[in-house]
Design a protein around this ligand. Sequence first.
Ligand SMILES: Nc1ncnc2c1ncn2[C@@H]1O[C@H](COP(=O)(O)OP(=O)(O)O)[C@@H](O)[C@H]1O
Ligand SMILES: [Mg+2]
Length: 270
Amino acid sequence: MPSNLPAMPIRDESKKMDVILDISNVTVRFGGVQALDDVSFKVSEGEFLCLIGPNGAGKTTLMRAVTGVINPQSATVRLAGRDISNLPTHKRVRMGLALTHQIVRPFRSMTVLDNVALTAGHRLISRISRAMISGNRSDARKQARKYLSLVGIEDVAKQRVVGQPLGVAKRLEVARALALKPKVLLLDEPLAGLNSVEAARLANTVADINRQGLTVVMIEHNLGEVLRVSQRLVVLDNGRKIADGSPVDVMQDPTVRAAYVGKERRYVAA
Ligand SMILES: Nc1ncnc2c1ncn2[C@@H]1O[C@H](COP(=O)(O)OP(=O)(O)O)[C@@H](O)[C@H]1O
Ligand SMILES: [Mg+2]
């Protein structure tokens, strides 16, 4: 894997980090269900933040509200200082928010390379058909190769997506997100379904990408990997933020432990 990501500045550890993503007062109700209740937190530039919490806590809903996929009852979202709360999703994406989904949805009959080239060629999901017929395809492919090698799947670039193992599909999703040239990479359970070896490898890849300067917000259930790679944890439970801090502090917090007990017992040991 190459060691430099051209578009991204190398993080200067000595510099005080600026807030890149400021999420405040996010409240979401689905009918009678209060999915999120006044959730706020800030993400610093260059940070690797993991968003955790039991199933149904509201993690995915929060990311959907932040990217404008759903309309929250209230929410203020600032990206690099600009209020993007009222922008449609494609504008938020263009301004630098890239969200991968829990469900991997590439164009299965196309090659791995073309899937990334499409995104690189246009950087606008809403205009994919135009990207396919427009020029600059070789340039987009060159960029796509760079992203594929960053996520470690350059060797299957010419193969069709259909039939690829889940590990490749997950990496492809990250490559497509990188092709959007985001300021913040939002990942929703990228390790789900992978075996422990593959999960550790993909977590390492994401950590590498983060070390090269890209801010990462990762929703993840695999607490072992979360604790290994993240710098900060935000914990949601029943739509509320119940903790925010260093992984060690957060995992020792009795409120956090209580949130997991009885719901997802297997995570308590981590
Ligand atoms: N589109 C929706 N319509 C109705 N309820 C929803 C919808 N999306 C999520 N919910 C509910 O909101 C809560 C939070 O869900 P979700 O954000 O998916 O949790 P998590 O990602 O933390 O597992 C759950 O109670 C879920 O059933
Ligand atoms: Mg979810």
